[in-house]
Design a protein around this ligand. Structure first.
Ligand code: ADP
Ligand code: UDP
Length: 239
């Protein structure tokens, strides 16, 4: 499948059309950003690590009957994906409170939630990705009641699957963000699942093994993503 022209370049990935309008090439770049694009850097090998990390997780989720946009790896930093009509929404689920939830509600960092907490955010960097609820989504026509129900239930199912999966690698899945889109009326998981969009803590030390290393200047960002990949049995190619 040939890369034809770039259609978007986001903060970390670029999308290209192909000779088949049903498919896009997703290129993972080394660019990294946090705080709605206010902090940026290029981290060597991040594109390759995240592309292959994402492929591994998306393929694993497919084996658990989660429909995803992922088709196949094209190179170390590019994948072929289905061309989705994306919802302008971020679906977040949390198992422990940290990050924006602690700031918003004054909760202690690491608080273990009674049940996984699901939240919707509007995908809009200029507005700082505000928290929204079902009523905002329906009233503004960002998705229907049925569609948001499907996104919520898939996100909670992914959480159940991945909590166990990461636990086997001695990691706590603290929270993560998913994005969905439509392909011929079918809702599919799009975008990515990598340490850029989730929080993973080592079970014994509670060390952060995700993008908080970049956000909080903890160092060894990509080396740590590589350690997570190793623990999960991924073989990441950097050549
Ligand atoms: P951001 O949009 O946050 O700057 P990225 O650099 O990750 O971040 O950009 C990727 C863009 O591609 C996002 O806008 C995302 O919603 C979109 N996207 C992800 N998967 C697909 C897909 N399968 N089809 C169409 N668009 C997608
Ligand atoms: N997240 C993300 N992209 C965003 C916002 C959040 O990938 O634009 C992820 C983030 O990495 C974390 C989860 O969603 O795993 C919850 O993030 P939170 O709301 O705590 O926001 P933050 O503290 O990152 O601003």
């Amino acid at each position: 499948m040939e890369k034809i022209s770039q259609i978007t370049t986001g903060k970390a990935k670029s999308l290209y059309t192909t000779n088949d309008e049903q498919y896009l090439v997703m290129e993972f770049r080394d660019d990294t950003s946090a705080f709605d694009g206010k902090k940026t850097a290029a981290l060597e090998n991040k594109g390759k690590v995240n592309n292959q990390f994402n492929a591994f997780i998306m393929e694993f989720l497919s084996t658990k009957e989660i429909n995803t946009h992922f088709i196949k790896l094209l190179s170390n930093n590019e994948s072929l994906v289905r061309n989705l009509d994306m919802f302008p929404i971020e679906c977040v689920v949390r198992n422990r409170a940290t990050g924006s939830l602690c700031k918003r509600l004054g909760i202690e960092d690491g608080y273990i939630l009674e049940t996984p907490l699901f939240e919707f955010f509007l995908k809009d960097d200029d507005l700082g990705d505000p928290l929204i609820n079902d009523n905002h989504i329906i009233s503004f026509g960002w998705a229907t009641k049925e569609e948001l129900g499907v996104m919520q239930s898939i996100t909670l199912k992914v959480n159940e699957i991945l909590v166990d999966f990461f636990s086997e690698a001695n990691l706590l899945l603290i929270d993560f963000k998913l994005e969905f889109g439509k392909f011929k009326d079918q809702i599919m998981l799009g975008d990515e699942f990598t340490p850029d969009g989730c929080r993973l803590w080592d079970k014994d030390t509670l060390n952060k093994m995700d993008k908080d290393r970049f956000r909080q200047d903890l160092g060894n960002v990509i080396e740590t993503y590589g350690e997570v990949a190793d623990r999960l049995g991924m073989q990441i190619k950097l050549d």
